[in-house]
Design a protein around this ligand. Sequence first.
Ligand code: ADP
Length: 185
Amino acid sequence: MRVIIFGPPGAGKGTQAQLISEKYNIPHLSTGEIFRSAIKNNTSLGKEVKSILDSGELVPDNKVVDLVEEELQKSKYEGGYILDGFPRTLPQARAFDDILKKNDESLKALLLLKVPEEELIERILSRGEGRSDDTKEGVIKRLRVYEEETRPVLNYYRKQNAVEEVKGIGSVEDIFHRITKILSD
Ligand code: ADP
């Protein structure tokens, strides 16, 4: 099963992706986590992207696409995966479609977590994960980038009839329950 978890910063993508990964036994691929881990380990990728993540801007499409394409070649992704944070722009969505086509694979669904904006800001500022981009300015910037560059990706998947909307408020368990109802169909 191949699934994309989608939504603005603070929507709870990482939390739900982890639960989906455990229940359906598919690996969780988070591009944000890959970048944060590279920064923490001070790798060449980490050095390249640190200032981009700190500013709330997006890493260039070609870099992200190459990285995801290479990662997805690992055998652990053969039986499916959950993508979190990718695709985040239209060029990334098109490139991901090409990757699927090349492998003769298809997407089960894009799960859109819907959360009101006030709640997003509140959640991020109180989550205390110590992320250097979780400042008020950082959040506002990431929300703007989401609206401008990431939201258009939804129309792309709406045309494929792949978008499943999930109410992203309530307890983690309630939201996960809504997701499993969709994925078990
Ligand atoms: P959030 O959804 O809270 O913004 P992520 O962990 O998904 O958190 O992403 C953190 C940062 O990593 C983004 O602001 C961006 O700089 C970078 N990033 C992650 N995924 C992508 C991507 N697919 N394309 C470009 N940049 C990305």
